[in-house]
Ligand binder design. Sequence first.
Ligand SMILES: [Zn+2]
Length: 355
Amino acid sequence: MKKFAFLWMFGTLMFISIYLSLPPKYTPLLQSLLYQDKPAFQTKNIDSKEALTQLQEIPKRRLGEMDYYSLNHMMEYGIVQGKVDSKQEICYIYRGNHHYQLERNIPVLLHNGLYEGIAASAVFLDKHCYLPQIVAKKMVEESSKPVSKQSESSKVSSYDAKQVAKHLSFLRSPIPGAHVSSVDSSLPGAKRAYRNGIHEGLDWYTFGTGKVINTHTPVLSMGSGVVVRADHDYQEMSPKERGEWLILGRQNNGQTPMYILDKLRGRTVWIQFENGVMARYCHLSRISATVKVGEKVHTGDVLGYVGNSGTSDGVLKNNQGLHLHLDILIHGQWLWGKYTVKERRMILESVFNHS
Ligand SMILES: [Zn+2]
């Protein structure tokens, strides 16, 4: 018996050692066990030409009308490195000096701190990330280019309030004639009982801004930039659907996932401005027909009109709670949390109350 046990153990060890010595693409089971939801930097990226050839080899998965690649497969083949935040359902992808971020159901790519629109968003199935074939191909092609100076990761995370105010000083008001709300709970960083416990943006209501704000109020581009997103086809949720998203958001340890936060923003326009500044204009009632993803806009262009889409009033289709919610990010970073209320107010008033 002892002899058999010895042979069995010997055989098993031999099998394991041969299995481990195989190139990663022959060991998908092991790879999927090792790299599920974990950072994986097991291989050096292969060059762009080879990566494009390898992309053809990867099994495609048809979802709806498009083909997708699993991020795990792309990593196994050495095409990219990546990791998945399975709680937030965000995937981070690296190739050379290029880094990318994609969020579930959001047709936007964050590439080296700058946002751009994409034809289809990442899909998450059983906590695995799938990338649309066209997006994967675009990432590989782009990554052969040198990183431009403008997109270099900036030092903004170490900025003090004055430096942020200076960085944003080129922006003009999205609603001329209105001033930054005198109500602290309308400022970014204000506490909220829902979402991630904080208010991300700056709210522009009639109350507190000195101007009547309703569905006739145009929302203007605050600078020259490129349209990242314009939800022309936005479909309002039902009150039941919105309620379910809120419950789902709360279940996630108080960390409402990005794709749910995105639902609550309603009909949005995202503009990538200069200096790495990106703005999300939320809860709009309408979007100007000329505002299209990939196209340029200029300071003062009408992007759309104030509304309440995505809010508790919006789903009831009433005319209450009309306001613009404006998110401002710099190089993909939400900076407001580290400043005091006084500092946040100083930054925003210095930018918007004179323009
Ligand atoms: Zn808001």
